[in-house]
Design a protein around this ligand. Structure first.
Ligand code: ITT
Length: 191
């Protein structure tokens, strides 16, 4: 029987990516599907804390088995920044282009351009939770390349590839991304 699970996100790109990874083995519900229209709490200082907070909120308020993710770009020369603050790096208005510009500016004098995307997923089901981590290492390039994807994709080149995430198709990115790796662990756990 298909498991029904709610994915705690409002990000249509992510829903699309995850649906591609899960295929039709799970009945994936969006926040809209469960009539959750309020903003989910996300006040932690780590990816672990934030994904747990979102999943627990949904489980407590909507009585659904669910999972939530939180991801960030961790840049070595910036001590792991922007990390948990990736979405609002350049301010609360959360504009991807502004975030990219600020990151490139802060990195302009640094020789080390290594970075990683990291995802933490929290699965909340039947009153228990489990966390899963996915990492993809790479480099921050100096100029934007590509138009697909979202966020920092145009400046992130994954290790072993000669193109950025924004130059990859959804399927290509979906095979190697931080989120894909964390989700593969989630799916293996669920099966
Ligand atoms: P929700 O909280 O609504 O799910 P979000 O945009 O905040 O969506 P995340 O918490 O997963 O998404 O990621 C936080 C930020 O990290 C995101 O806004 C991007 O700036 C960056 N990021 C995460 N995953 C990314 C990816 O695959 N490609 C590019 N940037 C990404």
């Amino acid at each position: 029987m298909k498991k029904s699970l709610c994915f705690a996100t409002n990000n249509a790109h992510k829903l699309e990516e995850i649906q591609a990874i899960l295929g039709d083995s799970f009945d994936l519900l969006s926040l809209k599907d469960i009539n959750c229209i309020e903003e989910l709490p996300e006040t932690g200082n780590t990816l672990e804390a934030n994904s747990l907070q979102k999943a627990q909120y949904l489980y407590d308020h909507y009585q659904v088995n669910c999972f939530a993710d939180d991801s960030g770009l961790e840049v070595s020369a910036l001590g792991g920044e922007p990390g948990v603050y990736s979405a609002r790096y350049a301010g609360e208005q959360r504009v991807h282009a502004d975030n990219i510009n600020l990151l490139l500016k802060n990195l302009s004098s640094k020789a080390d351009r290594s970075a990683q995307f990291r995802t933490v997923i929290t699965l909340f089901q039947n009153g228990e939770y489990h966390q899963f981590e996915g990492i993809i290492k790479g480099q921050i390039i100096e100029e934007l390349r590509g138009t697909d994807g979202f966020g920092y994709d145009p400046i992130f080149m994954p290790e072993g590839f000669d193109k950025t995430f924004a130059e990859m198709s959804l399927e290509e990115k979906g095979e190697i991304s931080h989120r894909a790796r964390a989700f593969q662990k989630l799916v293996a756990f669920l099966k």
